[in-house]
Design a binder for this molecule. Structure first.
Ligand SMILES: [Zn+2]
Length: 381
């Protein structure tokens, strides 16, 4: 019976894979774009691009070409974060393996995009980089780290280190010391696949179990946020905490009806027993992180994983926080649209966060043709 159920599911998944090529209007009308920005130029920009692992090298993936033109413009006063799933389908295999060449090409498309860029470069891992959650995940992720850091020769460009979960905490920008409005832009990097990975993964010194390590991750994030209460904080990880796409339990209407019964069965399966990469299956991570963010006004949490672009404002204890999903560099998938309080788009692209001297910041969402399809200025905290 069990086997038959899974066979049925496999058929549904296969059917959906094919049925999923329909196009959707590329943008939601729910949130209107604002064009108000301060008169001044941004003092710093952070570019967020995710799920880049299916990029072509020659010609270079169009999203990467547009990203490059923006990186060239922003120069030293900026950073680019690759939000994981840097190599589909399962990370960087050992040299000599059949799929190694293709994996290298996909990664090189990204590395060649940033090799002459003077800003800060950071790659973080996703589930696919961990051998798609399979047994060899840890080897695969450490191999990718070595490859990227050898190629770029720019120090620590892959974070967190050596398959550890993080958080890593980095000051991206410090405003001038004698200024009254002195502040940091503090980047926090987490490997959320560590949390979900069902096989071998390292524990910090003195930590005896996975449960203890998970408690430590949340406690460390909270500590960092508290220490940077007066700074701008941006937390980056592969997995979203909120999503209007499939991993967030949202499916196109056609999934429920085509094929009949099976479609709804599939939705129910994902929503209840779940696919371990769906938000519903890492509620412990979500709750822990949201709690640690609780009182931090203006916090940004940026992720990939979902192959769409999403801007999701969230209120917590009278603070305004912003959850960004930027996972459509090289693939797109279904995302719910026309939402009243969020912007979503199923287009290839990336995002930029611009920081201004007055502590305001703006979010830009770019498509792969070079258009800003959403812009929102966020007032100073
Ligand atoms: Zn992913």
């Amino acid at each position: 019976m069990r086997t038959r159920f899974f066979l049925l599911l496999a058929m549904v998944v296969a059917t959906l894979g094919c049925a999923n090529t329909a196009t959707y209007p590329s943008t939601s009308a729910g949130v209107t774009a604002s064009s108000v920005t301060p008169d001044s130029e941004p003092i710093y920009s952070v570019f967020l691009i995710g799920d880049t692992g299916e990029s072509s090298l020659n010609p270079r993936e169009q999203t990467l070409q547009i990203l490059k033109s923006q990186l060239d413009k922003s120069g030293k006063q900026s950073a680019v974060i690759f939000l994981g799933d840097n190599i589909y389908p399962s990370g960087l295999p050992a040299e000599g393996r059949r799929s190694r060449k293709r994996a290298e090409r996909r990664l090189r498309a990204q590395l060649e995009t940033v090799e002459d860029y003077p800003g800060r470069i950071i790659f973080i891992p996703g589930n696919h980089d961990w051998h798609s959650s399979k047994r060899k995940g840890l080897n695969q992720i450490q191999r990718q780290e070595r490859y990227i850091e050898n190629y770029l020769q720019r120090g620590n460009t892959f974070l967190p280190d050596s398959g550890y979960p993080g958080p890593a905490s980095i000051s991206l920008h410090k405003s001038i010391k004698d200024s009254a409005k002195n502040f940091n832009i503090q980047l926090v990097v987490l490997d959320t696949q560590w949390w979900l990975h069902p096989h071998d993964k390292p524990l910090s010194k003195g930590i005896s179990s996975e449960t203890k390590q998970k408690e430590k991750i949340i406690a460390d994030v909270e500590k960092i946020i508290r220490a940077h209460n007066d700074d701008e904080v941006i937390v980056t990880a592969h997995h979203p905490l909120f999503s209007y796409g499939r991993h967030g339990g949202n499916f196109p209407v056609q999934t429920h009806f085509l094929p009949p019964v099976l479609g709804s069965l599939y939705v129910a399966y994902r929503n209840t027993w779940g696919y371990h990469q769906d938000v519903a299956n890492y509620n412990d991570l979500k709750d822990g992180l949201l709690k640690s963010f609780e009182r931090k006004d203006g916090l940004i949490y940026a992720s990939g994983h979902e192959h769409s672009l999403q801007f999701i404002p969230h209120q917590s204890k009278n603070t305004n926080q912003y959850f960004l999903v930027s996972g459509s560099a090289s693939r797109t998938s279904y995302v719910k649209k026309n939402l009243a309080n969020a912007f979503t788009s199923r287009t290839k692209g990336f995002m930029a966060v611009r920081y201004y001297k007055n502590r305001g910041k703006s979010i830009e969402i770019w498509d792969n043709k070079g258009n800003i399809i959403f812009h929102r200025y966020l007032n100073a905290n």
